[in-house]
Design a binder for this molecule. Structure first.
Ligand code: SF4
Ligand code: SF4
Length: 56
């Protein structure tokens, strides 16, 4: 299951700092996950203050 960032993202940047492979970057609307680079480790979801990162 890939991880995705939803519209609940408040662009705090915590997930980008938590990602071990640099798969998260700031997109046009909110932060985004590069699905090809993501290892699906879950570190980003665990640290999101707004539960904006979901599996799906
Ligand atoms: S940690 Fe959550 S709220 Fe912060 S940038 Fe990442 S997805 Fe957005
Ligand atoms: S699940 Fe892990 S590898 Fe994938 S974006 Fe989140 S922190 Fe990075």
């Amino acid at each position: 299951m890939a991880y995705k960032i939803t519209d609940a993202c408040v662009s705090c940047g915590a997930c980008a700092d938590a990602c071990p492979v640099g798969a998260i970057s700031e997109g046009a609307e909110h932060y985004e996950i590069d699905a090809d680079a993501c290892l699906e480790c879950g570190s980003c979801a665990a640290g999101c203050p707004n539960e904006a990162i979901v599996e799906g």
